[in-house]
Design a protein around this ligand. Structure first.
Ligand code: ATP
Ligand code: MG
Length: 445
């Protein structure tokens, strides 16, 4: 993309309404604009990151054997009356009446709708196991929308639902989700720690939230510092292997790590004192096994191998896709702006032309631009007629991980500069060497 042809409305001033870094930077970098409280337009730069996160989520879900689909945002109230949640959900639910006076709602989640689809289409245990998911906008009329996309009213969520014959099978689905979530966050360059969460009125041990540690997080968390050393890495995993998935669950959840809702002071005190940590975290996902809660209420049963009908065991599993954009920035920024991890960067390489209009500089930039495009490295070429300082500030603000700086003086010696946004380190090298280096950095991401 050439910056002169792009839409990147960066702000010089720090917006007064933004109290945390990610909100401030998303506004300043021209990623989002508020349309009303907790509701945002995603401008091109923000949209690019959002799409990239969706893509990673899709890839990892499908590796785990989960099947993508798409349900609507608007739902009929009748299904929610069946489960009893139409009354329970309270003021967080946005209720709408259509022209025929039918009660509708903007979905805050999709258990009812997916259970309805399931019960109308699946009759036999032979069609199980089944996990369906989608990535769709949700609406929750939060009392206090704040921190930009971190606590919006309209937000993008991946929500997946597993249908299984037995509790045992459903717990395997739970473990599969845990593994796929670990991989998903790591691929985004984030450390998200599974912590035991509160099962709410349904109770049970089978729910974990994934938390990114950050001072601006809304949850208070307590953990054994050893959990921060765990990484999934690039190990192979067979998602159909029950013992293997169970092993990963045990590895990642056996140490103490809880949110304030389930925190147990006595248990926490059993952790050696030098490893006890109290901090704040951002919830970026949650997995939940809830048994037959919805299948009982909505009569979603299948024929069992022993004959007769049995209610299916279910779970639901969510990733806060739009919140993740904010969480990523909370975890990756400095005083100059965002520092995208390479795997999610909206533009992978920036080209700064120090003297627009200089024949040699323009030609070198054009050549680099063409080659980066051909290599699939999605460059952003700052071809504006602006001072170098302004160009650098823009690249730093929007967080492009690698910047190639091209100027007439360097070109006389056959070199350009390659600068890392994260470390600030700059190296001089030929344009070919710079191209080879960024190609290598992004290989496999
Ligand atoms: P919270 O406790 O933060 O209100 P939740 O537990 O009610 O979230 P879930 O129903 O578990 O949310 O939704 C799955 C994921 O969707 C959450 O882990 C979170 O990342 C994201 N999410 C939930 N509410 C919002 C919101 N208002 N704005 C942005 N993302 C949200
Ligand atoms: Mg949650």
């Amino acid at each position: 993309m050439r910056l002169t042809r792009y839409f990147l409305p960066v702000l010089k001033e720090t917006p007064a309404e933004a109290t945390i870094a990610s909100h401030r930077l998303m506004l300043r970098a021209g990623m989002i604009r508020q349309s009303s409280a907790g509701i945002y337009s995603w401008l091109p730069l923000g949209f690019k990151v959002l799409r990239r996160l969706e893509q990673i989520v899709h890839e990892e879900q499908q590796k785990a054997g989960h099947i993508p689909m798409l349900m609507p945002t608007l739902q009929s109230a009748d299904l929610w009356r069946e489960s009893g949640r139409y009354e329970d959900y309270g003021q967080e639910m946005l209720r709408i009446t259509d022209r025929h006076d039918r009660d509708m709602l903007y979905g805050p989640t999709n258990e009812e709708l997916i259970t309805d689809i399931f019960r109308n289409s699946v009759a036999s245990y032979k069609e199980l196991p089944l996990t369906l998911y989608h990535i769709q906008w949700k609406f929750r009329d939060e009392v206090r929308p704040r921190f930009g996309v971190m606590r919006g009213r309209e937000f993008l969520m991946k929500d997946g639902y597993n249908f299984d014959l037995t509790k045992e099978d459903a717990l395997h689905a739970y473990n599969r989700h845990l593994v796929s979530y670990l991989r998903t966050y790591e691929r985004m360059g984030l450390k998200a720690i599974p912590m035991r969460a509160d099962g709410g009125p349904i109770g049970g041990d089978y729910t974990h939230e994934f938390l990114v540690l950050a001072d601006t997080g809304e949850s208070e968390v307590f953990y054994d510092s050893e959990v921060t050393d765990l990484t999934f890495g690039d190990r192979e995993i067979d998602f159909d292997n029950v013992a293997e998935c169970q092993g990963v669950l045990e590895e990642f959840t056996s140490r103490y790590a809880r949110t304030d809702e389930t925190h147990d002071e006595a248990l926490f005190n059993e952790v050696p004192e030098d490893r006890r940590r109290t901090a704040r975290g951002i919830e970026v996902g949650q997995i939940f096994y809830f048994g037959t809660k919805y299948s009982d209420a909505m009569n979603a049963a299948v024929s069992s191998p022993d004959g007769g009908k049995v209610p299916v065991h279910m779970g639901s599993h969510g990733i806060g896709v739009s919140r993740l954009v904010g969480a990523l920035i909370e975890a990756n920024h400095d005083e100059n702006g965002i520092i995208w991890p390479e795997s999610v960067a909206p533009f992978k390489v920036g080209i700064v032309n120090l003297r627009q209009g200089d024949g040699a500089a323009d030609a070198a930039c054009e050549s680099l631009y063409g080659q980066l495009m051909a290599a699939g490295l999605d460059p952003l070429y700052d071809d504006r007629d602006e001072r170098a300082g302004g160009k650098f500030a823009t690249m730093d603000l929007i967080g492009v991980p690698w910047r190639i700086t091209v100027g007439p003086r360097g070109l006389q010696n056959g070199v350009v500069e390659l600068t890392s946004r994260r470390t600030g380190e700059t190296e001089e090298m030929s344009p070919e060497a710079a191209l080879a280096k960024v190609t290598e950095i992004y290989a496999g991401l």
